[in-house]
Design a protein around this ligand. Structure first.
Ligand SMILES: NC(=O)C1=CN([C@@H]2O[C@H](COP(=O)(O)OP(=O)(O)OC[C@H]3O[C@@H](n4cnc5c(N)ncnc54)[C@H](O)[C@@H]3O)[C@@H](O)[C@H]2O)C=CC1
Ligand SMILES: O=C(CO)[C@H](O)[C@H](O)COP(=O)(O)O
Length: 296
């Protein structure tokens, strides 16, 4: 099969590598020329524009978008649209909002597959977990590509109609937030608590047979090994947050309580700057109790 890949960053380059390794042909495009050169060095045929890419793909285009969610997806689709037909297939493998994916599926001539991708850059070796939404014929047609990008045939499935893939990925990310928060809190108590513990050793021991073993816990072990048990100069500032926000917004709309995921998201927001509410509470404790006001 011949696949066009648009967006050759951390994730898109892995798509290129895995699809090429599986014996398919890849035509690669990115607005960053250096990224196109990297893809060429790993076996893809580089294109210097979207038009050049679609020309190379010919009839029955199969295209994988791996650009940042939001405007870049619409920008690429707007440019692709004149050359797309009903027998073409476009996959969006990024973290798009599921409602954007439904809108895009309705607005294109091509069959549009929304594909939630999990595994991160670490998935280069193992492959990803892929959650796909959209027309069944297009999913089935692209199964050889999904087999290559995922861990294998078990690493991908069609979740349902348009939007279902990105919907499942959105919820996945909410779960990811809560799991990380739970590990964070447990290790914080161990770090602050009664015993002088080696947290890397705790994580390693838990990873070997404990109920709470997981890949995220292996990443905790790696973090303590590389940064030290006190996490060295790692700041208490957590970036990201859009996918978790969408999860909480959807839960509110559906009337489903998600206190753990909401709290994990709120912890991220709280980590980002001097919280006015905390500063006021700090000052109020002086007001009513003459407790010391902590000042920076
Ligand atoms: N990094 C991660 O752990 C994961 C990321 N994702 C999602 O995958 C998507 C890509 O993520 P990354 O590879 O990490 O981002 P990245 O920032 O490493 O790469 C994005 C690439 O897209 C290119 N690009 C931007 N606009 C473009 C356009 N209009 N046309 C062509 N190329 C364009 C950029 O030059 C860049 O090379 C995002 O939606 C992200 O949320 C999904 C799962 C995991
Ligand atoms: O999808 C992912 C992992 O599964 C990406 O790493 C994503 O960026 C994580 O979300 P956030 O940026 O909100 O932390």
């Amino acid at each position: 099969m011949e696949l066009g890949v648009i967006g050759l960053g951390r994730m898109g380059q892995i798509v290129v590598d895995r699809v090429c390794s599986a014996g398919h042909d890849v035509v690669a495009f990115d607005v960053d020329e250096a990224a196109v050169e990297r893809a060429e060095a790993t076996g893809a045929s580089g294109a210097d524009s979207l038009a050049a890419m679609t020309d190379q793909l010919g009839a029955e285009k199969r295209i994988w978008l791996m650009v940042p969610a939001g405007d870049p997806v619409d920008a690429a689709l707007d440019e692709l649209e004149p050359s797309l037909d009903t027998h073409d297939i476009v996959v969006d493998g990024g973290n798009s909002h599921f409602e954007d994916s439904v809108r895009r599926a309705d607005g294109t001539e091509a069959a549009y597959l929304d594909c939630g991708t999990s595994g991160g850059p670490a998935g280069a070796e193992l492959g990803f977990s892929l959650m796909v939404g959209g027309p069944a014929w297009a999913y089935e047609e692209l199964e050889p590509v999904f087999d290559a990008v995922a861990t294998g045939p078990q690493g991908h499935d069609r979740m349902g109609e348009s939007g279902a893939g990105h919907y499942v990925k959105m919820v996945h990310n909410g779960v990811e937030y809560a799991l990380m928060q739970a590990y964070g809190e447990g290790f914080e108590l161990l770090q602050e608590g009664r015993y002088d513990l080696d947290l890397e050793s705790v994580a390693k021991t838990w990873n070997n047979g404990a109920v709470i073993r997981s890949w995220l816990l292996e990443l905790c072990e790696e973090a303590f090994r590389e940064e030290g048990g006190d996490l060295g100069d790692v700041a208490d500032h957590v970036a990201g947050g859009s996918t978790g926000t969408w999860t909480v917004q959807e839960a509110l709309e559906q009337g489903v309580p998600l206190p753990l995921i909401y709290q994990s998201l709120a912890e991220r927001f709280a980590s980002r700057n001097d919280r006015f509410s905390r500063r006021l509470v700090n000052r109020l404790r002086y007001g009513f109790g003459r407790h010391e006001v902590r000042r920076t």
